[in-house]
Design a binder for this molecule. Structure first.
Ligand SMILES: Cc1ncc(C[n+]2csc(CCOP(=O)(O)OP(=O)(O)O)c2C)c(N)n1
Length: 630
């Protein structure tokens, strides 16, 4: 920590508010440096946080936080908020075991009024908060800070619609508009927000109006000014919000601290005058103030450690291909064979690897914005007319589209493939992003095939299997790199519901789903050396389950261990237990899985080890089972 900095005086927003107004700009600039320096060491969400420094500083200065409640959308842009609310020390380990989270958690700070990580929730939450304050006659306003990306989420519109109907007087929505989601933002709303402002016609018309007004006398001038105002509203994005009963303020320059202070002070007065709900439209630049991030906000959205002077990140170590990479490569291959195949992402072209697909097949690629629900039903619509949509959605984000999966896809038995990336533990992103529930929520659905490859080679085959299967199919695969196994040149379809026997044995049966099959095999080899005979099955399918293999093996081994990187509740182990019960096989079964609690951020390998989900852990559990049997 350097001496003499204003930040040294700030442990809470109250400290910030004690500073004279002209110092706020300096605080913002110190925060920016602090964010760059800290994130350069740990990695994290850089560009989004840099883009919101002035907004958050000005909000905390003008409003009486935490009585006034700032609710951040996603939370990835909130590092200035974290630094201003007493979390400077925790920053040394952001996203790491025992450090503060990369997103927001109510348990982390009294200034985090609503936990976040998934996008589009802030307006609904802030409206609920504002309403609760009103119900209880308590002071305070609720301020949602949402990006233009977040605004593509259906929830955000649902909340605006409701806020307008309630005419919620103590609600402010600050729209942080940088025209970027993670990738360039998409959608008609996004172009509306920016096009209306820059339309040459609008500018010219405003110019004519000004000239014309100059020629007018007295009374007429008053009315003409009113007309000019209407014209401005017509050509600014205000029209949309005003139509929903929200007062529109803006657009304002989102990096000018003086402008923001004045704007928010005005907003405060407007709220006092009962003019809420209010939308403040701020124009910002993602990555603002740090050249590499400003020039390339996509790369610097989420970074690993980097060198501040150059912006250079350590080159990723050469290693096996990632699951995402193999998915994308295989999908392109399949799309070359079948013109009906189209790919859909909900604002994650880079994360899902579909950016590669987009390059090859721009006309068969859809980025629908942060709109998972729409993505799924859109896919369903495509499928009704004979297309073969592949919706690549992170496991955690598919949660949002559950009813669409049930009601629009599975119920109609439509030919949609769900590619669930980041299934399993996700590391630094933490509890909000863990992909630990998809088997449970998918395997209950009639018609749906649910599978998980044991490695990147099997992923290729499973993708073909899912695409060629004429009904709905989901495949889940983890974040990160594969094992480096050889990739079969021929990508073939697997038989639906058929498992693979990796090792035979007769004392204990280990049935693994997904990439932990490798650890299970390793454990079995270790047990073999001790004289314990363990059979290992790579289940491949969580649904339909290969009962023809599992039941006879269970009868023979008389002790079963199931292994999965997923919640124990309702997961693959539960599926095996149900099948055994159905078949009348009464044997001891232990499900080795993630226990029934939320798993915070941390190193996934270490977390797997702590959960007993690595080869030694599996061996220990199998050993205990085998011992209990004899
Ligand atoms: C439901 C959901 N889908 C996808 C994401 C992944 N995601 C995180 S931030 C982000 C972009 C947000 O853009 P915006 O709100 O404009 O904020 P900016 O990063 O531009 O400041 C996306 C798509 C998410 N967090 N939640």
């Amino acid at each position: 920590m350097r001496e003499g900095r204003l930040l040294e005086l700030i442990d809470s927003p109250a400290d910030l508010r004690r500073l004279p107004r002209e110092k706020v700009k300096d605080v913002a600039s110190e925060l920016r440096h602090e964010i760059v320096e800290r994130v350069s060491r740990t990695g994290g969400h850089l560009a989004s946080s840099l883009g919101a420094v002035e907004l958050l500083t000005a909000l905390h200065y003008v409003f009486d936080t935490p009585t006034d409640r700032i609710v951040l959308d996603v939370g990835h842009q909130g590092y200035a908020h974290k630094l201003l609310t007493g979390r400077r020390r925790g920053f040394d380990r952001i996203g790491l075991e025992d450090g503060i989270g990369k997103f927001l958690r109510r348990s982390e700070s009294p200034y985090d009024h609503f936990g976040a990580g998934h996008a589009g929730t802030s307006i609904s939450a802030a409206l609920g908060i504002a309403r609760a304050l009103e119900h209880q006659g308590r002071p305070g306003v609720a301020i949602a800070l949402i990006g233009d990306g977040g605004m593509t989420a259906g929830m955000a519109f649902e909340a605006l619609n409701h806020a307008g109907e309630l005419r919620q007087k103590n609600l402010v929505v600050v729209l942080n508009d940088n025209e970027m989601s993670i990738s360039p933002n998409v959608g008609a709303m996004s172009s509306y927000l920016s096009r209306k402002l820059s339309a040459p016609l609008a500018r010219r018309m405003k110019g004519w109006a000004k000239d014309f007004l100059g020629t007018m006398p007295g009374d007429m001038l008053h009315w003409a000014h009113k007309a000019e105002e209407s014209l401005k509203v017509f050509f600014s994005p205000g029209l949309f919000f005003e139509a929903l009963n929200l007062r529109y303020v803006g657009p304002v320059e989102g990096h000018r601290v003086d402008v923001l202070l004045e704007t928010f002070e005005n907003v405060k007065r407007m709220l006092e005058a009962g003019e809420g709900p209010i939308v403040v439209h701020a124009l910002t630049a993602k990555g603002y103030g740090y050249e590499p991030a400003e020039k390339d906000p996509l790369t610097y959205h989420g970074v690993t450690a980097f060198e501040v002077s150059s912006g250079k990140m350590a080159p990723s170590k050469p290693g096996p291909p990632s699951y995402t990479g193999i998915f994308a490569k295989t999908l392109i291959r399949l799309a070359n064979e079948d013109p009906r195949l189209v790919a859909i992402t909900a604002a994650m072209p880079g994360g899902t690897g579909l950016d590669k697909f987009q390059c090859e097949f721009p006309g068969r690629f859809y980025d629908v914005g942060i709109a998972e629900q729409h993505a799924v039903t859109f896919a369903a619509g495509l499928a009704t007319e004979g297309m073969k949509p592949v919706a690549a959605i992170y496991s955690t984000f598919l949660q949002r589209a559950y009813d669409q999966v049930v009601h629009d896809v599975c119920l109609q038995n439509l030919d949609v493939t769900f590619a669930l990336d980041r299934a399993g533990l996700v590391g630094a992103d933490g509890a909000t992003h863990q992909g630990l529930y998809d088997i449970a929520f998918l395997r209950t659905l009639p018609n749906l095939v649910v599978m998980a490859p044991k490695d990147e080679n099997e992923l290729q085959h499973m993708l073909r299997t899912a695409v060629e299967y004429p009904g709905p199919a989901a495949l889940r695969y983890p974040r990160g790199n594969g094992f480096g196994v050889p990739l079969d040149p021929d990508v073939k379809s697997l038989r639906i519901g058929e498992s693979e026997l990796l090792r035979d044995g007769d004392q204990v049966l280990i049935v693994a789903l997904g990439t932990l099959a490798h650890a299970a095999l390793e454990a079995a080899v270790e047990l073999g050396a001790e004289g314990v005979s363990a059979a290992v099955v790579n289940a491949r399918f969580a649904k339909p389950l290969d009962v023809d293999r599992i039941v006879p093996l269970a009868k023979r081994c008389r002790a079963i261990l199931t292994v999965e990187e997923h919640s124990a509740c309702g997961g693959f182990g539960s599926a095996v237990m149900e099948a055994l019960a159905e078949a009348g096989v009464v044997v001891p079964v232990r499900a080795l899985a993630v226990p029934d609690r939320f798993i915070e951020h941390g190193n996934p390998a270490q977390q797997l080890c702590e959960l007993g989900l690595d080869a030694p852990g599996i061996a220990a559990a199998a050993r205990a089972l085998a011992a209990s049997r004899s």
